[in-house]
Design a protein around this ligand. Structure first.
Ligand SMILES: Nc1ncnc2c1ncn2[C@@H]1O[C@H](COP(=O)(O)OP(=O)(O)OP(=O)(O)O)[C@@H](O)[C@H]1O
Ligand SMILES: [Mg+2]
Length: 258
C-alpha cells in the first residue's frame, strides 16, 4: 500500500454507539463491537436494513457524532471531530445546497471559505462541474434544477473540496431509476479518476453490487454489527444482469430473508 493510501485507511475496532449514555441503567447500543478496515482508495458499500445504524456509523466516521467505545482512526489519527480529509454526501441535496447561490457559487463555497484565490476557484469548479455533467448550468439556481441535477451539484461541491474520503449516505435514494443508474456510472468514473476512498451506504442490493469492491452486511439492530463482507471483483462498468452478480445477489439476499 502506498503512503497516501495508508494515511487514508480507516481502522475501526470494537466500535460502539449508544445515544442514551447519560441515563442510568442498561446501555442500549445501536451498533456494538464493529470491526472493520477500509483501505485508502477502496470503494466500500455498507448494506443493511432501515434503522440498523448505517447513518450512525457513517456519522461517526465523519466525526459528526461521538463514539461510545472502541477505536476509530483514519491512518493513525483518532477521529474525534470532522476534518477536511472527510466529506459527506447526503440523501437530500435540498437540505445541503444554498438556494440563494448559483450552481457555480455552491460548488465554490468551501473553496471560498478556505480563501482559495478566485482564479483557482474558477478552475476547480469548472473541472468538477464538467466531471458531474453540469456544464452549461453554472448560472442556474437550485430551484431551477431537477433532483438529479441538485444531487450532482452536491457531489461536485464535495469533490471540489478534494477530501480523501467520500462518505455517501444513500445519496441516490431519492432519484428515479434512470437518473440513479446514470449517477451510479458517473460515481464509478469519478472514483476511478480520483482514487478516493468511498464509503457508500445503501439498502439496495443491486446498487451495492454495481458499485462496491466490497460489500459489508449490517445486521438488524439493536447492537448491530457488520456480520459478513463480500468481495466483488467484477470489472466496471458492471452488468446487473450477469450470472456472477446474480449469484452474489442471491447470497446477499439470503441474509435478509432469515
Ligand atoms: N440522534 C439520535 N438519538 C437517538 N436515537 C437515534 C439518533 N439517531 C439515530 N437513532 C436511532 O439509531 C438507530 C439507527 O439509526 P440510523 O439512522 O443510524 O439507521 P440507518 O441504518 O441509517 O436507517 P435508514 O436506512 O432508515 O437511514 C435507530 O433506531 C434510530 O432511531
Ligand atoms: Mg440512514
Amino acid at each position: 500500500m502506498s503512503i497516501s493510501a495508508a494515511q487514508h485507511t480507516i481502522h475501526i475496532e470494537q466500535l460502539r454507539k449508544s445515544y442514551n449514555e447519560q441515563t442510568s441503567g442498561d446501555m442500549h447500543y445501536i451498533i456494538k463491537d464493529v470491526n472493520l478496515v477500509i483501505k485508502g482508495g477502496e470503494f466500500f458499500v455498507l448494506l443493511g436494513p432501515s434503522g440498523c445504524g448505517k447513518s450512525t456509523l457513517l456519522n461517526m466516521i465523519a466525526g459528526f457524532i461521538s463514539k461510545s467505545g472502541g477505536q476509530l482512526k483514519v491512518g493513525n489519527i483518532e477521529v474525534d471531530k470532522p476534518g477536511r480529509d472527510r466529506a459527506m454526501v447526503f440523501q437530500q441535496a435540498d437540505s445541503s445546497l444554498f438556494p440563494w447561490l448559483t450552481v457555480r457559487e455552491n460548488v465554490e463555497f468551501g473553496l471560498r471559505m478556505s480563501k482559495v484565490p478566485r482564479e483557482e476557484r474558477r478552475a476547480i469548479s469548472d473541472r468538477y462541474i464538467q466531471l458531474v455533467g453540469l456544464g452549461g448550468h453554472e448560472s442556474k439556481f437550485p430551484k431551477e434544477l431537477s433532483g438529479g441535477m441538485k444531487q450532482r451539484v452536491q457531489l461536485a461541491r464535495v469533490l471540489a473540496n478534494d477530501p480523501a474520503i467520500l462518505l455517501m449516505d444513500e445519496p441516490f435514494g431519492a432519484l428515479d431509476a434512470m437518473t440513479r443508474r446514470t449517477m451510479q456510472k458517473e460515481l464509478v468514473n469519478i472514483w476511478q479518476k480520483t482514487h478516493k476512498t468511498v464509503i457508500f451506504v445503501t439498502h439496495d442490493i443491486q446498487e451495492a453490487l454495481l458499485l462496491g469492491e466490497r460489500i459489508g452486511i449490517m445486521s438488524v439492530g439493536p447492537s448491530s454489527n457488520i456480520t459478513d463482507i463480500y468481495s466483488n471483483p467484477m470489472p466496471y462498468p458492471r452488468n446487473i444482469a450477469s450470472a456472477e452478480l446474480g449469484s452474489l445477489y442471491d447470497r446477499i439476499q439470503s441474509h435478509f430473508d432469515e
